[in-house]
Design a binder for this molecule. Sequence first.
Ligand SMILES: [Fe+2]
Length: 238
Amino acid sequence: MSLVLLSLNEHDPEAVAHRINENGIDVIENFVSKTALKEAQRSIRESAEKSKMYGDPIDHDAAAKNTFIENWRRAPSFLEFCRSVSCYVHEQIPASPNWRHTLRILTGENCEPNSLLFHYDSYVLTALIPILMPSREETAQLILIPNARPVRRSYLVNVFDKLIVDSPLSQTVLKRRNENNRLKRVPMVPGNLYLFWGYRSIHANDAFDPEEIRCTAILHFCECHHTSKLKQFLSTYR
Ligand SMILES: [Fe+2]
């Protein structure tokens, strides 16, 4: 397996956080080596093909196996980097912050319901590596309203924010603003690493041809309200 995630030592976390605050997003180009990227692309295509052939859901574990994605998930140095960056937007990063890795593979019938779905994340920092992108450049872009809200002290206010964005009216307005080119669009280049405040930024991927595959490896770092008593109470009744 080729690991080869390029070194983070040359990237100052404070400067990264500053660029995210200023530009809404920061990018570390060629974060994944070309060889490692190609291996991952081949594995994901194979899993998607198998799924299409047998009508089964895509096996995400098989798609990630023996690729850089597995190593990235295990890399403590990357989590430490995320922690250092996140400290500049959220003063209360706990000693052991939680995180969640996701391999997001969109193709076929799961494209439409998962595209142009504007939302806030629950985690402070979103670190995203595009692996496979649609061939039409404009449909491979990330759409966002950067830093649209602060980190909320209250879980209840956070829920209220999310309910507003999730409402059909807001979704319609956001789609219309997108059609009128009034939202920020960021080209996604496979192998680059993109960092943004997912909690603070409204974001979505664009719609694209369902014959194609859109695949991203995502780390959501530090859930903001995981110690909230209200959240714990509500989750027991879900
Ligand atoms: Fe998200």
